[in-house]
Design a protein around this ligand. Structure first.
Ligand code: COA
Length: 316
């Protein structure tokens, strides 16, 4: 469904800053990434979004394309980021149909809540594979095109007539900064994602590329919040109160950070992590001190996680 502009982007950005540029985004039909892509397309760009689910990805692309008449948005479904060859083929198709890749977002992710005692080797591996390996595969598939783009749209620090290009963003999380129970798999995977971005920044900076991480906090009305948080009013209220800014974030706040990092305004920002969470991670301790998964009582109880979309019966 078409989304009103004020819901996915602040009114401060200049129309046309991404004119005729191309964005490749994994997980692009998701609740956060689709808004990042939408903002990019609204500001003049074209895009290719990648996902596992064919219907969701194709209809997501069609929906994003409504944001600007004449835009081109391709949805490539049945592509799993764990499959490096499939991603390479998707990047090749994107470049062929849209003329190149100037920007990339490694956004596909997997998450659920589970204590290590209920986390199988395969469960841990699944999230490592989707988040860490998937981000690496995305970088490998897109970097040759990003290098070409960076040659054409030079990062000189001065306003360049053809704008920016050759930029990459990885989507991460902050759980590993302070430690978080029920997230062993994601802490490991996202720590790896942060370092993959840093590696791109160091090794491809000399080619004119910038690579940065956006770390969203609790963002309202997203699949992540549905999967990982309980919706009873008391828990929601407590969660909001624990954030210095006093509320959950809006998807547009992640899209705004994306537009900034892809814009000329961020030309000298490379190898950075931009945490967009209202200051939440600075206040969170090693685990929830209250609420349904109180530390360490919940772990010692041996109970299963219930009341969230990602919950399932433990087989271990
Ligand atoms: N608790 C514990 N283990 C779980 C689990 C949960 N809530 N959900 C899945 N697993 C385990 C499975 O049991 C399986 O392990 P097993 O083979 O030992 O039984 C393993 O994880 C892989 O599950 P499967 O469903 O086969 O993997 P998948 O590749 O199809 O799915 C997931 C990957 C598990 C990450 C799934 O949640 C997913 O597809 N997520 C995508 C959307 C998403 O999470 N977005 C993130 C928004 S923050």
């Amino acid at each position: 469904m078409p989304v009103p502009r004020e819901e996915f982007m602040s009114p401060i950005w200049k129309d046309g800053i991404f004119k005729d540029k191309v964005l490749f985004c994994t997980g692009g039909a998701g609740t956060i990434c689709s808004m990042q892509v939408r903002a990019f397309v609204a500001l003049g760009g074209n895009a290719c979004i990648i996902g596992r689910n064919v219907e969701k990805t194709e209809s997501g692309a069609k929906d994003i394309a409504t944001v600007r008449p004449g835009s081109k948005v391709i949805g490539l479904g049945n592509v799993d980021v764990r499959d490096g060859e499939a991603l390479k083929a998707a990047a090749e198709r994107c470049a062929k149909e849209l003329g190149g890749i100037d920007f990339a977002i490694a956004g596909a992710a997997g998450n659920f809540l589970a204590p290590m005692s209920q986390l199988s080797t395969n469960a841990f591996k699944s999230v490592m594979d989707i988040d860490a390996l998937g981000s690496y595969n995305t970088a490998k598939a897109c970097l040759p095109y990003l290098v070409e783009s960076a040659k054409k749209h030079k990062n000189t620090g001065k306003s360049y007539p053809t704008g920016t290009g050759g930029r990459m963003i990885f989507i991460s999380a902050s759980f590993h900064y302070v430690g978080r129970a029920l997230q062993a798999h994601v802490m490991a995977a996202k720590a790896a994602v942060d370092q993959i971005s840093n590696a791109v920044a160091i090794e491809y900076g000399p080619y004119g590329i910038t690579s940065n991480v956006i770390t969203p906090g609790p963002i309202a009305k997203t699949e992540g919040m549905e999967r990982l948080s309980r919706s009873d009013p008391e828990t929601v209220e407590r969660s909001k109160r624990s954030i210095p800014v006093g509320r959950w974030g809006e998807v547009k706040e992640i899209a705004d950070a994306t537009v900034f990092l892809f814009s000329e305004g961020a030309s000298y920002i490379n190898g950075m992590i931009m945490v967009v969470d209202g200051g939440q991670w600075r206040t969170s301790g090693a685990a929830d001190s209250s609420g349904p998964w109180r530390y360490p009582d919940f772990l010692l109880s041996g109970d299963e996680v219930t009341g969230v979309k990602s919950a399932r019966k433990s087989k271990l």
